[in-house]
Design a protein around this ligand. Structure first.
Ligand SMILES: NC(=O)C1=CN([C@@H]2O[C@H](COP(=O)(O)OP(=O)(O)OC[C@H]3O[C@@H](n4cnc5c(N)ncnc54)[C@H](O)[C@@H]3O)[C@@H](O)[C@H]2O)[C@@H](O)CC1
Ligand SMILES: [K+]
Length: 451
C-alpha cells in the first residue's frame, strides 16, 4: 500500500489528492448508512485522522449534522490541511451520543498499544449502541499482522482505503470488522505479492471427456476408516472423473460409485492413470502409515497432504519427492507441527505459512477462519467463510475437494484456491448446523455456483 501510494505521488498525484479521494469515497458509504442521521467522526493525529476531516467536511456539505471528536490536533501537513477545511464543531471529548460513529483515530500508522484518551474513546465506542464504521482499519488493529493493540470494538462496517491490508483477512482483526468494503482511490496495484483470491470459474467437462481424462484421484486410507471416506464424498463432487479409495477396511456404508480397492498397495499406486493422490485423513501415524506416505511421495505425482501426513512428513521424505507438485493443508496445530519439523521459528500464521513455503517449496494452505494460501507465485487471502465450518470432519472434506481439483488439472496452488471457494460455498448452502457429511454432499450444488 505504501509503495503504491509512493508510486502515485511520484507520478504527480499529491498526498492531499489521495486523501481527498479516500475521504470522499468513504463519505459516500457513510451517507448511505447514516441516511440522514447525525454522525460523529473520531479523528486521530495522522492521515487516518485527515481522512476523518475530509469525511466530516463532505457530510457537512450534504447537510448532515456532523461532529468531530479529536483528542489531539493533527500532526501531518496533509491532515492539517484537511482539518482547516472542516468548519464544523470539533470537540476533544464527548459521550459519543450520535447514532453513527466513524472511527478515524489510527490507520496503518498504528505502531504501538493504544492508550490514554484514544483508548478511552474506543472503550466508550465498544459499549455504545451506535452503528460503527472503521475507516481503513479498526483503530486498535495492526494493519500488517491483524493483532488487536487496544480496546476491542466490534464494528458494523470497515472501509478499506485504496487497497486491502493484510489485517482485513487475518484473525483476530478480521472478526471485528463487520462487513468490509473497498474504497478505490486510483492506485496502481498490479504485481502485488499478495492478493484477495478472486472467485474462480470452472467449466463443464470437454465434449470428448472421459473419466480418466477428467482425472483419477486415489485417496490413500489407513488406520481410521471415516476420514478418508468423508474426503472421498467431497472429492466425488468436485470435478475428478474417477475417485478411488485404497483402503484395507470394509466400508459397508460407502456409496456405490466410490471404487474401493484393497491390498497390493505398491502395485495399485503404480497405476500411471492416477493424476493425483490424497494422503493423510485417517492415515494413522504408525510404520505402515509412514510406509504408505513414503511410497506415494516417491511417485512424484501431484498430491494433497493433510492430517496425519503432516505429522509424518520430514526432510528425508521431501528429498525423495517433488515439492512443486505437493500441497499441504494444515490447520493451526498441524502448521505448528510442520514448522517444528522444518525448523521454522516464526510466531504468526502469515509468517509461518510463508516461511514454510520458502523452506520446503510446498504449496501451503493454512486453514482456519483466516485461510492463507502461499504458493511460489503469491500469498492469497479469502473472504470469511461460514463459522459453522467449525465442526469435525470439515477439513477432510476440504482436502478431498482440493485433491479432486488437483486431479483435474494438476496445479497445486489453483486446486487449493478453488477448494477454499467450493468449501465456503458448500458451507453456505448446507448452513446452519451441518455435519461434515452434509457439507460433502453440498459440494455438488456448490460446483454449480462456479460454472
Ligand atoms: N499516505 C497516503 O497517501 C494516504 C493515506 N491515507 C490514510 O492514512 C492512513 C495512514 O496514515 P499515517 O501513516 O499518518 O498513520 P495513522 O493515521 O494511522 O497514524 C499515525 C500517527 O499516529 C501516531 N500513533 C501511532 N500509534 C499510536 C498510538 N498507539 N497511540 C498514539 N499515537 C499513535 C503516530 O505517531 C502518527 O503520528 C491510512 O490508514 C489511511 O487512512 C489515505 O488518506 C489515503 C492516502
Ligand atoms: K481507523
Amino acid at each position: 500500500m505504501r509503495a503504491a501510494e509512493q508510486a502515485a505521488m511520484a507520478a504527480g498525484t499529491s498526498e492531499w489528492e489521495l486523501m481527498r479521494r479516500a475521504g470522499e469515497g468513504a463519505a459516500q458509504w457513510v451517507m448511505r448508512v447514516a441516511a440522514g442521521r447525525s454522525v460523529t467522526v473520531l479523528c486521530g493525529p495522522g492521515n487516518n485522522g485527515g481522512d476523518g476531516y475530509v469525511i466530516a467536511h463532505a457530510l457537512r456539505r450534504k447537510g448532515y449534522d456532523v461532529q468531530v471528536v479529536a483528542p489531539v490536533e493533527p500532526k501531518s501537513e496533509t491532515a492539517l490541511h484537511a482539518r482547516a477545511q472542516f468548519s464544523g464543531e470539533v470537540a476533544s471529548d464527548n459521550w459519543l451520543r450520535n447514532p453513527v460513529i466513524v472511527d478515524c483515530l489510527f490507520g496503518y500508522g498504528l505502531d504501538r498499544e493504544v492508550g490514554g484518551a484514544f483508548a478511552k474513546l474506543l472503550e466508550t465506542l465498544s459499549t455504545s449502541n451506535c452503528y460503527k464504521i472503521a475507516i481503513d482499519v479498526p483503530s486498535a488493529v495492526h494493519s500488517d499482522s491483524g493483532e488487536v493493540l487496544g480496546p476491542f470494538v466490534q464494528y458494523d462496517l470497515t472501509l478499506a482505503l485504496g487497497a486491502w491490508k493484510r489485517a482485513h483477512f487475518l484473525m483476530p482483526a478480521m472478526g471485528s470488522m463487520g462487513a468490509r468494503r473497498l474504497v478505490r482511490i486510483g492506485l496502481e496495484l498490479a504485481d502485488m505479492p499478495a492478493c484477495l483470491s478472486a472467485r474462480p470459474h470452472f467449466s463443464a467437462p470437454d465434449p470428448d471427456a472421459h473419466k480418466y481424462r477428467r482425472g483419477l484421484l486415489a485417496i490413500v486410507a489407513g488406520a481410521m476408516p471415516g476420514a478418508p471416506l468423508l474426503a472421498a464424498e467431497g472429492a466425488m463432487r468436485a470435478g475428478a472423473g474417477y475417485v478411488k479409495l485404497l483402503s484395507e477396511h470394509s466400508h459397508p456404508d460407502a456409496p456405490a460409485e466410490l471404487v474401493i480397492e484393497q491390498g497390493r498397495f505398491a502395485e495399485r499406486i503404480a497405476d500411471d492413470r492416477i493424476s493425483a493422490f490424497l494422503v493423510g485423513p485417517g492415515l494413522g501415524r504408525d510404520d505402515s502409515a509412514r510406509d504408505r506416505l513414503e511410497r506415494v511421495l516417491a511417485r512424484k505425482v501431484p498430491t494433497v497432504l493433510d492430517a496425519d501426513a503432516l505429522h509424518l512428513i520430514d526432510q528425508t521424505m521431501l528429498d525423495r519427492a517433488d515439492p512443486a507438485k505437493l500441497c499441504v493443508t494444515p490447520h493451526e496445530g498441524e502448521l505448528a507441527q510442520l514448522c517444528a519439523t522444518f525448523g521454522i521459528g516464526a510466531e504468526q500464521k502469515l509468517e509461518r505459512t510463508r516461511a514454510l513455503h520458502e523452506a520446503t517449496g510446498l504449496t501451503v494452505l493454512a486453514k482456519g477462519p483466516d485461510t492463507v494460501l502461499q504458493s511460489d507465485v503469491m500469498t492469497s487471502f479469502f473472504p470469511l467463510g461460514s463459522s459453522w465450518l467449525s465442526t469435525a470432519g470439515t477439513g477432510d472434506v476440504l482436502a478431498g475437494i482440493a485433491a479432486s481439483r488437483l486431479a483435474t488439472h494438476g496445479d497445486p496452488a489453483r486446486s487449493c484456491d478453488e477448494a477454499v471457494w467450493l468449501h465456503h460455498e458448500a458451507a453456505r448452502l448446507a448452513s446452519p448446523a451441518f455435519s461434515a457429511g452434509d457439507l460433502a454432499r453440498a459440494v455438488k450444488p456448490a460446483m454449480a455456483a462456479f460454472l
